[in-house]
Design a protein around this ligand. Structure first.
Ligand SMILES: [Zn+2]
Length: 201
């Protein structure tokens, strides 16, 4: 893999290069292109303006798409949108994981309440593995209720919303939050989309 960068600037840190290439799936980031080489690293807000290499302001493009972007034939807002969705496009996180991160980010410090079951955990597997989200199961309150025609069964509730049947935990909800690392990632993904259209050139 050969990367071409203009001369006369501080080098992009090797780790940042690796992260950017991994984020783009080692291909041009433009969905209609996706060719594997030659690849270049581009500043979304121009280098002359920002004078620094920041991960969230950089994107991998092929040489041709890079030229089109420089010539303003590819819109900057489109590039920002692609950047915000790259992690999903490259397949690390599913669309539903991206939506959860987005929802949590929009809600600030608020938790999101999700059904407590294996499917929820499977859907969010990579977010959990990467330590980007944290899950809290509310304290369970056990009550015994008698149902006509049924033996006594146990009902376990958390604020009346979670329950168990026959003493086995079968459902209810859990509270999902972004971790510090998750919030950083969310900022990276979504701050680009929150920039007003006026600020795009
Ligand atoms: Zn391209």
């Amino acid at each position: 893999m050969v990367l071409f960068m203009p001369q006369g600037r501080p080098a992009i840190p090797a780790q940042m290069k690796r992260d950017l290439l991994a984020e783009a799936g080692y291909r041009c980031s433009i969905p209609a292109c996706r060719i594997p080489e030659p690849l270049e690293l581009e500043h979304i807000d121009d280098w002359a303006k920002v004078r620094e290499h920041r991960f969230e302001n950089m994107i991998v493009l092929c040489r041709n798409c890079h030229h089109l972007f420089k010539a303003k034939r590819i819109d900057k807002r489109f590039i920002r949108h692609i950047k915000a969705n790259l992690a999903v496009l490259s397949g690390r996180y599913s669309e539903i994981e991206r939506r959860l991160v987005e929802m949590l980010y929009e809600r600030g410090d608020e938790s999101v309440m999700l059904d407590a079951n294996d499917l929820t955990h499977l859907s969010m597997r990579n977010l959990l593995r990467d330590g980007l989200v944290a899950v809290i199961r509310p304290p369970q309150i056990e009550t015994r209720i008698s149902v006509p025609g049924n033996p006594i069964r146990t009902r376990t509730g958390a604020d009346g919303a979670a329950y168990a049947s026959g003493g086995r935990y079968t459902g209810g909800y859990e509270l999902w939050n972004l971790t510090g690392a998750g919030r950083e990632l969310a900022k990276r993904w979504f701050s680009a989309e929150l920039i007003s259209p006026d600020s795009a050139e």
